[in-house]
Design a protein. Sequence first.
Length: 249
Amino acid sequence: MERITSRRNPLCRHLKELGASKSYRESCGEFLCDGVKLLEEAVACNAKIKTVLTSSSVPFLLPVGVKVFYAERELIDSLSPLRNSQNVLFSCAFTGKSDLRISHGTYILLDGVQDPGNIGAIMRTADAFCVGSVLMYEGCADPYNPKAIRASMGAVFRQDTRHVNISELSELKKKGIRFIAAALGKDCRKVYDTNYKDAIVVIGSEGHGICEDILELCDEKTTIPIAPESQSLNAAVAAAIIMWEARQK
């Protein structure tokens, strides 16, 4: 196992940039992950692991061809973009996305959800409740942000998550896919009375809600009853409640 001692090492610079820059991740086709548990999830899901940097031995077999390097914990801490970093950093290649196909089941569309922690939590819940895809419209955080990856607890390797534009969504509308907006108001159907079968449920940002372009696609609105003095729910919490209701039906 090769030992790395300097932050100036090309691998260190590469991992540091993967954690810091979305554009760099996209140009390299890789993203950064941390922790032994997440590494184990990546192995179990046959993720394309590229490089592992660790301060201790890895307690399980890695796929043939994965490059493993050793560094002191202090160096790993300096490269990690996360607080409470762990003793393993590793990079994975993006998986190729097949064509977007919406048919049976329930799908989630996020509009302007900017907190990567919320994105990761929604991926994790969608994976648990067998949601078809998590779609992301303009203004959403990067699902490959290290904070989103950590919050996903391994779902990033299993759950289909992708960015979509208004043209793609309009085409789905033309094909008969229903859109349901999660909103507040008297004209909304209660969350437990809504039919989510073969539909895309839209979750907006806590600050601005759902944009007009997406609202125009929506066939109906659903609402989660909350106390009158409460203005809204956290986006990840609202999405979880809706996905749970959809799963029951």
